[in-house]
Design a protein around this ligand. Structure first.
Ligand SMILES: CC/C=C\C/C=C\CCC/C=C/CC(=O)SCCNC(=O)CCNC(=O)[C@H](O)C(C)(C)COP(=O)(O)OP(=O)(O)OC[C@H]1O[C@@H](n2cnc3c(N)ncnc32)[C@H](O)[C@@H]1OP(=O)(O)O
Length: 285
């Protein structure tokens, strides 16, 4: 009975996908794609830098432009997802940090700050359809949304300490906004990657579903739960709750870039990043 119901919705969704979605052309950069459901007003923002949606400067710039266009168009919701079948996002593109061009390195971190501020503080309700692995920066993006639906058998978490990196304060605040403090602390110090089941258990994600289509439906349902809520009151409440986290970064934006640049340029950090990149490449062979 339940699967019949789900199948019914699936059919509905694929019909919607075919009939109701129009691209938001201004927001569809090379590495992101935005489609708006004309019936519901919900925008699906898809990261499309395959194979792993590594967050490099170009993807971050496209993401920012897309989020801003979705806000401008007063969409009823923003669903963040991936064009890959197995990876939501591999997090920051490590090649941006390894032997970096110094000016680009600053722009890169600045772009990440801006994407986080735009997504975390978005006036439009946000949800992530996590259709693949979501380590580090991928987890940051998903956790910045208000609701998360994940597919089974993937992993998600802030694994920075496993890489010998300290996650910046605003990564940690984002995590703490989602998880109980003690669980957030334990996970952050361990650099824990949660399986989908574990993520559901601790509340890092809100629902598990079997397919991306179902994930999109669940995210739409989350937005529909605001149908009787005043949108301005909704946004102002969210803004108040997230104000301190955002203000902290806004006040320290320049210092935060400097900290990042100086951290990344340390010879020991460069060495670790080099080894890590090599290990990823070896694994791929
Ligand atoms: C005091 C402190 C002050 C300031 C601190 C400041 C800064 C520090 C904070 C920095 C924050 C960093 C957060 C991050 O996001 S770091 C990135 C962390 N990401 C990861 O650890 C993920 C690594 N990747 C994987 O685990 C797997 O690739 C993944 C599970 C995502 C996919 O596995 P799959 O088997 O499907 O693919 P692979 O064969 O592994 O990969 C395919 C190719 O993609 C390359 N790759 C993968 N991930 C990355 C990446 N993050 N960056 C760059 N390149 C990546 C991989 O090497 C393969 O490449 P090729 O061999 O095909 O060339």
């Amino acid at each position: 009975m339940q699967s019949a119901l789900i199948n019914g919705k699936k059919l509905c969704c694929s019909m919607l996908l075919k009939n109701c979605f129009r691209p938001l052309s201004a927001a569809s950069g090379k590495l992101t794609n935005v489609e708006i459901n004309d019936k519901t007003g919900v925008a699906v923002l898809t990261m499309n830098r395959l194979p792993v949606n590594g967050l490099n400067l170009d993807l971050l710039r496209d993401l920012l432009q897309s989020i801003q266009e979705i806000e401008k168009n007063k969409c009823r919701g923003l669903i963040l997802t991936s064009a890959s079948n197995t990876i939501f996002s591999a997090g920051l593109d490590i090649t941006e940090m390894y032997k970096p061009d110094q000016e680009r390195l600053k722009q890169f971190w600045n772009a990440l700050q801006d994407v986080w501020l735009a997504l975390y503080g978005s006036a439009v309700p946000t949800a992530a359809a996590i259709n693949g692995h979501s380590p580090a920066g991928g987890c940051l993006l998903a956790s910045s949304c208000e609701y998360r639906v994940m597919l089974p058998k993937y992993t998600i978490g802030l694994n920075e300490t496993q890489l010998g990196i300290v996650a910046p304060k605003w990564f940690m605040s984002t995590f703490r906004n989602v998880l109980p403090r003690r669980i957030a602390e334990q996970a952050l110090v361990q650099g824990k990657m949660f399986t989908s089941d574990e993520a559901l258990k601790v509340g890092l994600v809100d629902e598990l579903v079997a397919s991306k289509e179902e994930a999109l439906i669940k995210c739409e349902k989350f937005f529909a739960s605001f149908s009787k809520t005043d949108p301005i009151a909704r946004y102002l409440t969210k803004k108040q709750l997230r104000y301190n986290d955002m203000k902290e970064l806004q006040d320290e934006k320049v210092q935060d870039v400097e900290n990042f640049v100086s951290f990344v340029n340390q010879p020991t950090v460069q060495k670790s990043l080099g080894f890590y990149l090599e290990s990823l490449k070896k694994k791929a062979k």
